[in-house]
Write a protein of this length. Sequence first.
Lengths: 111, 110
Amino acid sequence: DTAVSQTPKYLVTQMGNDKSIKCEQNLGHDTMYWYKQDSKKFLKIMFSYNNKELIINETVPNRFSPKSPDKAHLNLHINSLELGDSAVYFCASSHGENEQFFGPGTRLTVL
Amino acid sequence: QQPVQSPQAVILREGEDAVINCSSSKALYSVHWYRQKHGEAPVFLMILLKGGEQKGHEKISASFNEKKQQSSLYLTASQLSYSGTYFCGTEAGSARQLTFGSGTQLTVLP
C-alpha cells in the first residue's frame, strides 16, 4: 500500500490555466506538507497543515492555495499558472516533527 | 536561511568513506538527513536533536554539534546503492519547519 500518494504524476498545461494536485496519506499522520523542487534540485517548503490548520505559510504567491478536506488529504490549487511554476511538487506527511514521508512527486510543466 | 552543505558533489569507489557537512548560522533545534535518488522522492535517513547526539543507520551515521550549529553525515564502506543526492534539513528557532540545504550529489563507482 502506498503511504503517501499524489495525482497526477505528470501535469502539462498552458500559462494562465488553473490546476490542482491531490495528495493523500494513509499513515495516520497529523501533519502534511507541500514542497517545490526546482530544476536545480532546491527543495523548498511551501505549506504545512496540522489538524486542518495552516501552521506554516512560506512567502509563496497567493496563486497557490492548499486545501485540506480532512487529515488524510492536502490538495494544492494553483491559479493563473506561470512559466516559473514549472517544477516537481512533493507532498509529505509526518507525525509531529518526526521523519517526513514524501509522495512520489508531480512534475508540473507550464508551456 | 538555507543551511550550507559541503561538498556539492563527491565521487567515490565502492568501499570508500565519505563525509557530508551541513552548517547553519542559526541556533538549531534539529537536523534531518534525507537521500534522494534520481527521479524519486527524498527518503528519510535520520533525525538529530540538539544535544550532540550521534545516530547510526547501518553504515551511515551522523553527528550534531550544537555549539557550532553543524551536522555531519558519515558514510562508511560505501555501496553502489548509496549514490544519490543527500539533503540536510534544519529546524531553527520556534518555527517548526524544515529548511533544506542545496544538496550533495554522491556517486559511488564500482
